[in-house]
Ligand binder design. Structure first.
Ligand code: ADP
Ligand code: MG
Length: 603
């Protein structure tokens, strides 16, 4: 008996939908791109409840004929390519002809569309790939989609949807990615009738400023390089506005938002030592190239593309950014020594600048100017101790197996007695206790101690707040802002007194009293960024991820040299922790070489 059958269209479409439509934001992206391809100059997006109940997209583009209005729902129905060669001449956003077919398979959809040359438009209603209604309708030129009950027939996906705030963050992401490179088009976004964005046609600069919320145009440097292969345009944030939170990094190729780790590297590399390793440069770069040089068809959602000459693109992008950093690139990295020279120079030759405040060094906090050998992050990374913590060095080089501590539970953490302890280079501590030698990663240990403490504060409501004399307002990207709103209650438990100030702004009234005094803004940004990373990298809950985020921002650096009493207290507090041996990322806090191993080693 033969077994193979062709799948009915509605099932095939539902399967395809799994690739194209992951969440409400994917629908927004596809429909906004369709509106762009239809030459709309005004695109409105209306959302209810983060998109799960309703998504409406209204454009004033070319509209469709009645036949096309019926055809567009078929899989592989597209007006954008005719021949295979067209794939390499693409200027349109769509071309695969699967977005509408996919959406129609998993939602209740209505569409009204009218071309300028037609007297009346067409109304179509589709449920689960089936047309349930079609009629003539009086409507404006252009096309309106209304997508209801997304994933109504895919419970696995529907249940997978995150909170409204999370879905809204994804929607804003996609909206912004379309709006930024199309400054000549007006866009608006409303959620539950509340305005999120109203963007009128404007200059590229204004569009970026409106979206990134930068009031000060002086924060940006223009990038402009032309070349046969590629034009590079756009803006980069000056090094001093580089954030501790990622997110304001936009790369577009022919106005399509692209994720490209390789080119991001080119840009970060161009900033060289103008920013520290824990900062992310802000950039909005537009690459323009002949479509024949790129392949867009390597990813269903088209967020990755392939250049035929990646290396040249890399160096063109890097040199364009370097060039616009211009004067900055030749400026020496700030350090105490240079700050001093700068200061004395200005006081003698230029007395009126005598009280210029010395810029705070943006190098790591643990930097010690009195240390003869200045340790940078690079030297830490190259250090041999670091390698031990990667758990390979001894294995390979000395043929001794050093196990992460959690695997050998010889240490009785109750009444631990340290016979001796001292600092090793590069932020490690050696301690000798009964029968054991342990090597502790000091930053990891401190992070561990703080994380457990902060987590307790959250759980037992024991955090205390240090109220600020002058509350600070902080402007965030829309995404970070929405995340902060979502975390507001937990942040309070952590000891932050923050409130919504509207317009992507938060107001910080108080910070956890245990935090080291410094820039409250930077601390807050740092926590949001760390939280995002923790939440996505580790399989952990929100409170743990948040406690860890604050710990990561407060823990001492590897470059800090600890005094003996500090080492003692660090070790004692570490072994009071519930789980002293392992970090959230699974790496060890300390390694242990027990007596038996030592004896075996010399046999
Ligand atoms: P693709 O964009 O890859 O062609 P879609 O499924 O997104 O595939 O759309 C199918 C077709 O429907 C498009 O090629 C276009 O002709 C038509 N279409 C979709 N959206 C619109 C719109 N907003 N205005 C006019 N035509 C549209
Ligand atoms: Mg499309």
């Amino acid at each position: 008996m033969d077994c193979i059958k062709l799948l009915p269209d509605n099932i095939a479409n539902q399967i395809a939908a799994g690739e194209v439509v992951q969440r409400p934001a994917s629908v927004i992206k596809e429909l906004m791109e369709n509106a762009l391809d239809a030459k709309a100059t005004n695109i409105k997006v209306l959302i209810k409840d983060g998109g799960s109940t309703l998504i409406q997209i209204i454009d004033n583009g070319i509209g469709m004929s009645t036949t096309d209005a019926r055809m567009c729902w078929e899989r592989h129905a597209t007006s954008k390519i005719n021949h295979a060669e067209d794939l390499f001449k693409l200027r349109s956003f769509g071309f695969r002809g699967e977005a509408l077919a996919s959406i129609a398979a998993i939602a209740h959809v209505e569409m009204k569309t009218k071309r300028a040359e037609d007297q009346v438009g067409t109304f179509i209603k589709i449920e689960g790939s089936k047309v349930v209604e079609q009629s003539a309708v009086a409507t404006n030129n252009g096309t309106q989609f209304s997508i209801k009950n997304l994933f109504y027939n895919v419970p696995a996906r529907r249940n997978f949807l995150k909170s409204m705030a999370v879905e809204m963050r994804h929607i804003i992401d996609e909206f912004v990615r379309v709006a930024v490179p199309h400054n000549e088009i007006s866009f608006s976004l409303f959620n539950n009738d509340k305005e999120v964005f109203i963007l009128n046609a404007c200059s590229p600069e204004t569009r970026i400023a409106e979206i990134l919320g930068k009031k000060n145009a002086n924060d940006f440097l223009k990038v402009g390089e032309t070349h046969d292969l590629l034009n590079v345009g756009g803006f980069i944030g000056k090094p001093e506005i580089a954030k501790r939170t990622r997110g304001e990094q936009f790369l577009f190729v022919n106005k399509r938002f692209i994720k490209d780790g390789y080119l991001n590297h080119a840009i970060v590399n161009a900033f060289d030592n103008l920013i520290t390793k824990d900062q992310f440069p802000t950039y909005v770069l537009f690459l323009e190239t002949d479509p024949s040089h790129i392949d867009i068809n390597i990813h269903p959602t088209k967020t990755e593309i392939k250049f035929d000459d990646e290396r040249s693109v890399y160096s063109l992008v890097k040199s364009a950014v370097k060039k616009s950093l211009g004067g900055y690139a030749s400026m020496p990295e700030l350090d105490f020594e240079n700050a001093f020279i700068f200061n004395s120079h200005t006081t003698t030759e230029n007395p009126k600048f005598g009280n210029i405040s010395v810029p705070e060094p943006r190098v790591n906090k643990g930097f010690n100017p009195f240390q003869t050998e200045q340790k940078t992050w690079k030297s830490v990374q190259n250090s041999q101790w670091q390698k031990i913590f990667e758990n390979e060095y001894l294995n390979k080089n000395l043929n001794v197996r050093v196990e992460p501590a959690q695997q050998i539970v010889n240490i009785n953490t109750e009444n631990i007695v340290f016979y001796d302890y001292f600092s090793l280079p590069d932020g490690y501590i050696a301690a000798v206790l009964i029968g054991n030698l342990i090597v502790v990663d000091q930053r990891a240990a401190h992070e561990k101690i703080l994380q457990e403490k902060y987590l307790q504060n959250i759980q037992k409501h024991t955090a205390t707040i240090q109220q600020l004399l002058f509350p600070r307002t902080l402007e965030l990207s829309s995404n970070d802002y929405n995340l902060a709103l979502e975390l507001l209650d937990d942040l309070k438990e952590l000891g932050f007194d923050v409130a919504d100030f509207g317009n992507n702004c938060m107001i910080i009234n108080g910070v956890p009293s245990e935090t080291i005094k410094g820039s409250e803004k930077e601390l807050f940004e740092g926590i949001i960024e760390s939280f995002k990373n923790n939440n996505s990298n580790f399989n952990t809950n929100k409170k743990r991820a948040l406690a860890l985020a604050l710990a990561q921002n407060e823990a001492i650096f590897r470059t800090k040299t600890l005094e003996k009493p500090e080492i003692k207290s660090l070790l004692e507090n570490l072994f009071k922790c519930e789980n002293p041996s392992t970090r959230e990322n699974g790496k060890p806090v300390f390694i242990e070489i027990n007596q038996e191993k030592i004896i075996n080693f010399f046999k």
